[in-house]
Design a protein around this ligand. Structure first.
Ligand code: ADP
Ligand code: MG
Length: 290
């Protein structure tokens, strides 16, 4: 029997750590012997930088603009432990929909028979999720992926973006769109952070699948142009990413979340606004209900 690849989307607001997290998951899966493709679906086109030493990689959209006979070798390069790196790219700034790159990239990769020929075990899509407009919803809407994870910190705007993704999943999952694998809590540093994100997960009917604290090891690895798995393989953070990768690879526990409406989200945030200084001073203990 031919094993089918798992196609996984990783969403989250800009700058929240999607590419860092996705690249470390790819690196950990590749290190464990899996065949992995990572497709950057952010107009920033820097998703796979730390997997390929920062070398220039033309985006799919740029290549399509210049040439109508694009080959796989024009738009992909093998990075750390053979992870196949692809950047969808974006429109000319100020013109057109940024989601177009995702559509064009996936169509081209299908035409080039990439998934049949490369035979990946995992395909990871690193998707900007500030607004889940039609374009950005493509990976979860059109059957491209069957599961999505969201990277969020305990900052309100990150949670807000996660909640927007939940709205899109809630809308599209019943008609064959992707379901939610859970939340990857990233960049946690304050004492209330874990409790806040746990509480948000519980309220929306999902779970936190990994906690990645803010760490200098991540910053240092990025300065070296590498993932943590490559630059600091024996660090605690490398193991955090390995465990996260293992969960994402193995788990088939998927949910259709129940997003909060605007008023519920505001009210929920306010209850936390009332409590965070109590957390900081130790009046409320970590994990304690509020
Ligand atoms: P995104 O892809 O969501 O736009 P990035 O992955 O590029 O975000 O991360 C933005 C910045 O945050 C990068 O400089 C990255 O090194 C840093 N970063 C992400 N996660 C962590 C972490 N857990 N600890 C420290 N720095 C982090
Ligand atoms: Mg990114």
């Amino acid at each position: 029997m031919i094993k089918k690849a798992k196609h996984i989307a990783i969403y989250g607001k800009g700058g929240i750590g999607k590419s860092t997290t996705t690249s470390n998951i790819s690196a950990a899966l590749a290190e464990a012997g899996y065949r992995v493709i990572q497709i950057g679906c952010d107009p920033k086109s820097d998703s796979t930088n730390t997997l390929r030493g920062g070398n220039y990689l033309p985006t799919v959209l740029d290549s399509l603009r210049e040439n109508n006979n694009v080959k796989l070798s024009d738009i992909s390069v093998e990075g750390f432990k053979g992870v196949l790196c692809i950047e969808a790219g974006g429109p000319v700034p100020g013109v057109g929909c940024a989601g177009r790159g995702i559509n064009a990239a996936v169509e081209l990769l299908q035409q080039l028979n990439l998934f049949e020929e490369y035979k990946p075990d995992y395909v990871l899509y690193d998707v900007l999720g500030d607004v889940v407009c039609g374009g950005f919803a493509v990976p979860i809407r059109d059957g491209i992926t069957d599961r999505a994870f969201v990277v969020s910190s305990s900052d309100f705007m990150a949670v807000y973006a996660a909640n927007n993704l939940f709205k899109a999943i809630n809308k599209y999952a019943p008609s064959g769109g992707a379901k939610l694998g859970g939340i990857i809590a990233n960049g946690l540093s304050a004492s209330y952070s874990e409790s806040l994100i746990d509480d948000f997960a519980e309220r929306t009917g999902t779970k936190v699948v990994g906690y990645v604290p803010r760490s200098l090891v991540v910053s240092q690895s990025e300065l070296f142009g590498k993932t943590v798995i490559e630059a600091n393989p024996h660090s605690e953070h490398a193991n955090i990413y390995r465990n996260l990768a293992k969960y994402i690879a193995d788990s088939d526990e998927l949910d259709i979340p129940n997003p909060l409406n605007v008023t519920e989200l505001r009210d929920w945030a306010r209850t936390w606004g009332d409590r965070i200084f109590e957390f900081e001073s130790g009046v409320v203990k970590r994990g304690e209900a509020i």
